[in-house]
Write a protein that binds this ligand. Sequence first.
Ligand SMILES: Nc1ncnc2c1ncn2[C@@H]1O[C@H](COP(=O)(O)OP(=O)(O)OP(=O)(O)O)[C@@H](O)[C@H]1O
Ligand SMILES: [Mg+2]
Length: 584
Amino acid sequence: MSIRRLPSELVNRIAAGEVVERPASALKELVENALDAGSGTIRIRLVAGGLELLEVADDGCGMPSDEMRLALERHATSKLQDDGLDRITSFGFRGEALPSIASVSRMTLDSRVRGSDGWRIVVDHGKQGGEGPTALPPGTCVRVERLFEKVPARRKFLRSSRAEYAACLDAVKRLAMARSDVSFALEHDGRRIFSLQPTAPPLRVAELLTAELDRNGIGIECERNGLGLTGVVSLPTFNRGMADQQYLFVNARPVKDRLLVGALRGAYRDLIPRDRHPIAALFLSVPLDEVDVNVHPAKTEVRFRDPSAVRGLIVGGLRAALDEASQRSATREQPAAPVLWTTSEDYQPSQSVERITEEPIATMASVVAEARALFEHAPAARAEPAVQDVPSYPLGVARGQVAATYIVAEAEDGLVIVDQHAAHERLVLERMRAAREGGTIACQPLLMPEVIELDEPDCDRIEAATAELAGLGLEVERFGTNAILVRATPAALGKTDVSGLLSDLASELAELGSAFSLQEKLNHVSATIACHGSVRAGRVLSVAEMNALLREMEATPRSGQCNHGRPTWVKLGHSEIEKLFGRR
Ligand SMILES: Nc1ncnc2c1ncn2[C@@H]1O[C@H](COP(=O)(O)OP(=O)(O)OP(=O)(O)O)[C@@H](O)[C@H]1O
Ligand SMILES: [Mg+2]
């Protein structure tokens, strides 16, 4: 076989394979070009999710006709005026989006520079389709039709026009958040979807993200070593089943970078269940020479010169804000789940955002059912007689225990119900964290060391973490190829299922990989250990024990929610009790 140089048409189609994966990626390129052209207003029209038509009209600088021809050639760009790639401030720089899209569609490119006449060039699947004068306001209008019609392999992978529309909408939202100073109008199948006026970044984000974030979001603003982070994230209790509402930007470029997504996850790690995801819009600013944007053909990933500094800023900044918010909410009347006690008429679940309130509400229903069962049959719950004056503890004085699982306490302003397992798990975690920070972790030697069998990679991971685990009070030692010997466990745990603990730790370590700092790993590992130590549901507690738990909760940061983001306690205010009995 002889080697041949490929014709440019084929080269463009090959590039299109990387750059134009679906209508939304073509749309993203066109809107980025409009932004790079300095536009103040961008109008987007889509038909059938972009499969039939994608049109982007802008009022930017426009192109003279000879430049339009050049723009349709591969590797022709106005955005790299010198030969460096290290100070890129435009969205585009590769000079391949237009020829790539034009090779897999019918493209009509209209453009006009202010003060001269408009010109049109048509390209039909990579071939010149004619050109001539045309009328349009100053700016550029690109129309893309019959996308992928001649690329059946690509067409097969496209989804319904609904799904393609959803992807287009997402792409436009990301760019509209990145540039709140520009007007955007979007129309789909003749329907106006939105029309956004220039505004400040937080207001633009608020327009495009769920309005609920007003009440359930935390503003972020922090800076460290020349790196800056601003934006908004959701409270841990306000989360979603999908990670689809996470908008991340690096120097105003929308990215889907794994490092950033991982850092966001890391910040919520023991505050939210593993299969739930926070909502976030985060804007990272990094000196231009510390980030490489030439990593991915679609420019959605970047590479940082100092990834751990970026990770540290995100995890540290978010963590501090989340901690502060959790203390604030724990001292309010209604902690982690603010809608818990409202009646069903008041509470309209938002369509766009799922909440995890089903769970606490179900828990409440079962509390009531269990309480009723107890009272109907043998009244076995222990109770303290009510006394006249209730000392003013925020979580009140223990009055009894229901189903050996819930503590019922009387506070000055209402009735408090505590999930003793969830609360205890949180306390163990916080105790371990405090002890670790103070360097005073105590361990409990086992009378007989236990041999735990695990596969070799799991053993390797545990072995590699031996020193870190010893710092947490867990003393382990490699024991042949497939086993670990456990000599001592953290004293905070009490008696525990050592084998379950070790296999959970191994998978935790596997997931964390090497991207996490030692400090973060210790936090995650402590959470796993704490969960194993907190098997207190079903244990009958004495009144003194219950009160001790309540007082410890009051004194412990983040005790308003368990390690999985569920509330550990709820309060029913006097007025709500009165409402329940129809007194108000
Ligand atoms: N809407 C527009 N208004 C004015 N000029 C444009 C517009 N779209 C494209 N151009 C010009 O055409 C050139 C080629 O565009 P194209 O998108 O193919 O490449 P690029 O934006 O330079 O780089 P990339 O391939 O990374 O997007 C641009 O450099 C720009 O000069
Ligand atoms: Mg471009």
